[in-house]
Design a protein around this ligand. Structure first.
Ligand code: G3P
Ligand code: CA
Length: 320
């Protein structure tokens, strides 16, 4: 079996409703009728309600019914994979108060300059106005996120997945391998994503990969052909899909699912005046999954369109 066939087979077995034309979401979309259901990915956890990339935010996203939990991943000085969006700590932690002398010449505080033990002293702060008001939670290891989701799958009987993003692997040597090593110890549906095409394509793994799209050129036929050589899906900005919904059909023709990022109830796309309208547009376009800071609201809106995926059951999602 070729590596691509292995990856597709893994995606179908592990995450049947999130691949194009393979599971419930893709099959109807490929037929042009919109998806049978829209998978919901808790973006940085349920980050509209609790600070991003904290264990409480991930747990809330799980509890709200998201099928996937999304940690972004960077490395510490001692090589620990942590859940963090930026390679710097300034925006989302109180690092400047805890370690005022540790900024680089550019004034920024880099995760790569701190050991995990040092980072345990930090508290995560909310960076978006109007959201959670307290700095209470800490930066978790990736393995804590994996423990959380695998454990909740055990106690609830669901089978949610983890969707880690390799952040800036070009400046973090060993990131991909460290993440793969961490994942190897878990029985979880996994999708690995990155904006870095070279790093994603070079990963030595049978786990399914998702190419995040940074440029419209990647969504042209030649770009999609290349991505289809190593990935099972693309992660595309909602605004590009709104402007050109035919992107979805072009991807599906190549067996690439389409995962849109990012829906936020408190920051709508300029073209829309409600989250409901955004969800409706994505469903009409045939999108298979969506990253959102507000999983509960998107799930409810998808349900109102008859497009909510059922919570994956242990028996239903993984027949092994
Ligand atoms: O990974 C999908 C989406 O999260 C990409 O954007 O910047 O939130 O990681 P970002
Ligand atoms: Ca991300």
């Amino acid at each position: 079996m070729t590596p691509l066939r292995v990856a597709l087979a893994a995606a179908v077995v592990l995450a049947p409703s999130i691949t194009a034309g393979q599971g419930p979401a893709g099959s109807a979309a490929a037929a042009g009728g919109g998806p049978a259901c829209l998978e919901v990915i808790a973006h940085r956890g349920a980050s509209g309600y609790l600070p991003e990339h904290t264990l409480p935010a991930y747990a809330l996203g799980y509890g709200q019914g998201a099928g996937w939990i999304e940690p972004d991943v960077v490395l510490t000085a001692d090589g620990v994979a942590i859940a963090l969006h930026d390679v710097t700590l300034d925006r989302t932690t109180d690092v400047a108060e805890r370690y005022p002398d540790r900024a680089r010449e550019d004034g920024r505080y880099y995760a790569a300059d701190f050991t995990f033990a040092e980072l345990e002293r930090l508290r995560v702060v909310e960076s978006r106005p109007g959201r959670f008001p307290h700095a209470t939670f800490r930066v978790p290891r990736l393995t804590e996120v994996l423990d959380l989701v695998e454990g909740l799958n055990r106690t609830t009987g669901r089978r949610a997945g983890v969707y880690p993003e390799l952040k800036s692997p070009d400046i973090q040597p060993g990131l991909g391998e460290t993440v793969l090593d961490a994942l190897a110890g878990y029985d979880l549906p996994i999708l690995i994503q990155s904006f870095d095409a070279a790093a994603l394509a070079a990963l030595v793994t049978d786990l399914p990969r998702v190419q995040l799209i940074a440029s419209p050129a990647q969504l042209e036929p030649a770009g999609l052909d290349e991505i289809a050589g190593y990935a099972v899906a693309i992660g595309a900005p909602t605004v590009l899909i709104y402007r050109d919904p035919a992107i979805v059909a072009r991807a599906h023709e190549r067996d690439l699912a389409v995962h849109a990022y990012t829906l936020r109830a408190d920051q709508l796309a300029p073209e829309f005046d409600s989250l409901a309208a955004e969800v409706e547009a994505l469903i009409a376009a045939g999108v298979d999954a969506v990253f959102t800071d507000h999983p509960d609201q998107v799930l409810a809106l998808a349900a109102a369109h008859g497009a909510a995926c059922s919570p994956a059951s242990e028996a239903g999602a993984d027949p092994r």
